[in-house]
Ligand binder design. Structure first.
Ligand code: SAH
Length: 338
């Protein structure tokens, strides 16, 4: 599929026509990834963050958020539960928190790998090369780092660098691959100022980077952020601006599946936040093959408020487990044990 075709689909709003896109994506998913849905337990281990991202509610400027960092024992307990629930993987995610030291993370990886034989995915933001190498040696399997948008000016605007050096997440992803990680990335959909052409480039880049995992979700404005407050001013004209809707999200999931038939593609929590009733199921029927049940202890969950009104905010890990199972079975799919 070329860029013009991708833009055609991104701009398409006719339901009968879109039905063809959903069907094509679902078929490609079935042929390449089968009917199994992979469950990845998400542990949001810290909401401290050094960054000033214009989209994210836990950015350092937000003084109203209560900060937490889980202890080693709390994280290990979550991993134990992931094992009990038959999740094949735990994902440790956090703000860019340098209080999560190299040693602390390395020890967690070694312990989780040796005690529970789980796959370990890290999503800790932009970390130093030596740390990435050390964590890989400790046994980490994958790293998730969304490039958020492939438009460098837009990215610089929404993700100010920490030093005077510009950030290049795409180069960092390539380095991670060199180090030996399976790499996951993705984008925000409907960032104020993001054009259809930008988003089509993003989807093509998923293919060029040959991503193992592609996570995409709608941009959800957070009132304590730059983009949340200035959204209206930054929007492009209606013919160019990508809307941050549920429908846009399904289109990107479907197109990503067509461009990257083998990738693991989650039906994300941000999507479920826009449609709590059946957003996850629809994502799974339009190209996705992964769900990421939240395992963060309930007392911390509401503080990991990257965007408001997040789905599953009051549920325990066990409730999430059974909720996911019901959703998967309701659409005739099975849970993978890997
Ligand atoms: N610090 C890590 C993890 C960030 S949270 C990192 O930067 O990689 C994971 C993802 O949540 C981000 O990559 C971003 O795409 C998404 N996110 C953040 N704020 C959001 C918002 N307001 N709406 C929707 N998704 C958001």
């Amino acid at each position: 599929m070329n860029k013009d075709e991708i833009i055609y689909w991104l701009k398409q709003n006719d339901e009968t026509e879109l039905e063809k896109l959903w069907q094509q994506a679902d078929e490609i998913r079935k042929i390449n990834r089968g009917d199994e849905v992979f469950l990845r337990g998400l542990i949001e281990i810290s909401n401290y963050c050094a960054r000033r991202c214009g989209y994210c509610g836990i950015n350092v400027e937000n003084k109203t958020v209560t900060r937490y960092r889980m202890t080693r024992d709390e994280i290990i307990d979550c991993a134990r539960q992931a094992k009990e629930f038959d999740y094949g993987t735990v994902v440790m995610q956090a703000g860019e928190d340098f209080g999560l030291t190299t040693d602390f993370i390395a020890d967690l990886i070694t312990t989780i790998k040796s005690q529970f034989k789980l796959n370990v995915t890290l999503s800790l933001g932009e970390r130093r090369q030596d740390e990435l190498v050390r964590w890989k040696q400790a046994g980490a399997d994958r790293y998730l780092l969304r490039f958020e948008t492939s438009n460098p000016e837009l990215f610089a605007r929404i993700h100010p660098p920490l030093t005077d050096k510009p950030v290049d997440r795409i180069a960092l992803l390539r380095q991670m691959r060199e180090i030996g990680y399976e790499i996951g990335s993705g984008v925000l959909i409907g960032i104020p100022g993001q054009s259809y052409s930008d988003l089509a480039d993003d989807i093509l880049l998923f293919g060029t980077l040959d991503l193992d995992m592609i996570g995409v979700g709608p941009f959800i404005p957070h009132p304590a952020t730059d983009l949340g407050t200035n959204q209206q001013k930054l929007l492009l004209d209606a013919g160019n601006q990508v809307p941050n809707t549920e429908l846009s999200c399904y289109k990107v999931i479907a197109l990503s599946r067509i461009i990257c038939p083998q990738s693991n593609i989650p039906s994300t929590t941000a999507l479920a936040t826009l449609n709590k009733a059946d957003g996850r199921e629809k994502g799974l029927c339009r190209g996705a093959n992964v769900l990421m049940p939240n395992m963060t202890p309930v007392q911390y969950r509401r503080f990991y408020e990257i965007y408001p009104a997040k789905a599953c905010i009051d549920e325990t890990a066990r409730q999430c487990r059974f909720c996911m199972e019901g959703r998967i079975h309701s659409i005739g799919r099975e849970i993978s044990k890997r």
